[in-house]
Write a protein that binds this ligand. Structure first.
Ligand code: GLN
Length: 486
């Protein structure tokens, strides 16, 4: 097998056993990025010189592979996460040229663990979208079919992992942005519990929902990367001070006797029949592995989209108020006064989806409308969370589709509402704050990947990873690579 199609843990094994040097590996990935990425646009920036410099430190023995299971492996970071000295654009013109003066906690943790940062990946502007088409700079293409979107908003990270342009990546998930692109690109993506991973240094979109998580080639890699970034951080008041279990150790426990819940609201008309079939077959596979399949109900599922598309824009409108052209980022020229400078800077700097969210969010928070919209949506959110808490009385984890459709064509969903509706199966878990993973579970007749979503109770990532790993090891979907890879 070629280096680029190996999972991160295998690359680390090769490094540690001195079968390959870090420079050899980093150069192989960098060459691939220059050869292939112009067709995919998964990266906004590649860090060729710095990555090579760091690889040399490993080869010379100044840095040690034994430092961690990711030491010496090339990792890509979604460009909404701060990295000291590197551009952090959020794929927005308003932040074009902004160099982050500090590391996000996750970046600092990966740096300490010896990761080699290979580049920053493309996304929907400020992570708002489901296709990466909202990036102000590039349209990322799906490696399985370059006429199609990679999903979003972490489309750059998912496409880079799928195309073998990094060993693993970080994405962020506010309403599905790790799980959905992972399912569209045939890779593994884990959204941790809200509070499990520090968001210090993550540019905020919707603060009560945002989480950072891994996008990887297999489940073991997801466990390894999560281990490296999880844990309490005094710099993020929403991070939770709970012990972090050994995620890798949990993977090998069988599914024997585990109760897996099938929520009837996730098997509905409107889902692509090939997606529905693949997920049902995945359920049968889990049954065959000894799991007990139980029917469950999540009765408020249908209100997820409405609640999310009130809460997320409301928080975004507040978070994005800081981009005023004064402190950093784009500033409009030749403004006659301060108000005009604010207005012009924001009009020029933000793209249309971001403007739509700011307007929606401002509206639902305004006096007179707050109770009818934001407060109501928050109450619905509580009901959705309770649905999950009740369900987890009856089951240990939940199986469902990630997205009702496989990767769609670039430009196909021009109506924002159509785009929002495609988030139907990922939003409820985000609103509830529970962990969820997407793991490859099949392909359509057009050879497009399909993802199985596995959801678990709060802070039970090890349960989600275990079910995903057991399913993955019983199937071979994760071993297929896009034709593009060859
Ligand atoms: N697609 C959803 C949105 O547009 C979720 C995005 C995300 O998780 N960052 O808001």
């Amino acid at each position: 097998m070629e280096i680029h199609s190996l999972p991160l843990h295998r690359i680390h094994d090769l490094l540690e056993s001195r079968k390959l040097g870090a420079l050899e590996i980093v150069s192989a990935f960098l060459e691939r990025i220059s050869a292939i990425d112009p067709k995919l646009n998964s990266y906004l920036a590649a860090f060729s010189e710095k990555a090579v410099e760091q690889a040399r430190l490993f080869d010379s023995g100044a840095l040690d592979y034994a430092a961690s299971p990711i030491a010496g492996t090339p990792i890509a970071i979604k460009d909404v996460i701060c990295m000291k000295g590197a551009l952090t654009t959020c794929a927005s013109r308003i932040l074009a040229g902004f160099v982050s003066p500090y590391d996000a906690t996750v970046t600092a943790k990966l740096r300490k663990a010896g990761a080699i940062f290979i580049g920053k990946t493309n996304l929907d502007e400020f992570a708002m979208g489901s296709s990466t088409e909202n990036s102000a700079f590039l349209k990322t293409r799906n490696p399985w079919d370059t006429e199609r979107v990679p999903g979003g908003s972490s489309g750059g990270s998912a496409a880079a992992v799928a195309a073998g342009l990094c060993a693993g990546a970080l994405g962020t998930d506010t309403g599905g942005s790790i799980r959905q692109p992972s399912s569209f690109c045939g890779v593994v993506g884990l959204k941790p519990t809200y509070g499990r991973v520090s968001r210090f240094g993550l540019v905020a979109f919707a603060s009560s929902l945002d989480q950072i998580g891994p996008i990887t080639r297999d489940v073991e890699d997801a466990a390894i990367l999560l281990q490296a970034i999880a844990g309490y951080d005094p710099a993020d008041s929403t991070s939770v001070d709970l012990p972090v279990p050994d995620y890798r150790a949990a993977l090998d426990h069988s599914l024997q006797g585990l109760r897996l819940g099938i929520p009837r609201q996730y098997f509905i008309e409107g889902t692509d029949p090939e997606v529905d079939r693949a997920v049902r077959e995945a359920i049968d596979t889990c049954r065959g592995l000894g799991a007990k399949i139980v029917d469950i109900t999540l009765p408020h599922t249908e209100y997820g989209i409405a609640a999310y598309y009130i809460i997320a824009p409301a928080e975004a409108s507040s978070n994005l108020a800081r981009y005023d052209g004064v402190k950093y980022g784009h500033r409009a020229q030749n403004s006659p006064d301060l108000m005009e400078m604010y207005r012009k800077s924001r009009s020029e700097g933000f793209g249309s989806e971001v403007k739509r969210r700011i307007m929606l969010g401002t509206y639902v928070l305004s006096a007179g409308y707050f109770d009818a919209y934001y407060k109501k949506a928050s109450q619905v959110r509580t009901l959705i969370k309770r649905d999950f808490l009740d369900a987890f009385e009856k089951c240990d984890a939940i199986l469902a589709p990630v997205s009702p459709v496989p990767a769609f064509k670039i430009g196909e969903k021009s109506d924002p509402l159509q785009m929002y509706l495609s988030d139907v199966f990922t939003l409820p878990a985000s609103l509830a704050g529970i962990p969820g993973i997407s793991v490859p579970c099949g392909f359509t007749s057009q050879n497009l990947p399909i993802g199985l979503q596995i959801l678990g109770p709060h802070f039970r990532e090890e349960m989600v990873l275990r079910v995903a790993h057991q399913f993955e090891q019983a199937t071979d979907f994760h071993l297929r690579t896009p034709r593009f890879m060859i």
